[in-house]
Design a binder for this molecule. Sequence first.
Ligand code: ZN
Length: 105
Amino acid sequence: MNWLRDELKRAIPPLIEKWQPIMGVVVKKFFVQKMKTRWGSCNYTQGNVRFNSELAKKTPQCLEYVVVHELAHLLEPSHNARFHSLMSQFLPNWKLIKAELNRVL
Ligand SMILES: [Zn+2]
């Protein structure tokens, strides 16, 4: 299963490169690790983002959604109205992708 994790590690940097200038954020470092309850997390103060290695089993669209979600946390740390409007601005169909992502874990 390790090759999946490596694929994921290779798939993430181009997405970060793509979205950083669009969103006006800078990711200092990213990590891929096994997570029990979340698809990703973001350290707002340190500029680090983490991705669940299980994302390797999901579609590229789902991965991109999680990247945009975690990058949006660099702008807004909590899941408030501002966060949701940022998501809608950058990824108008994010709710559909989120539903797809969480359909089967
Ligand atoms: Zn979040």
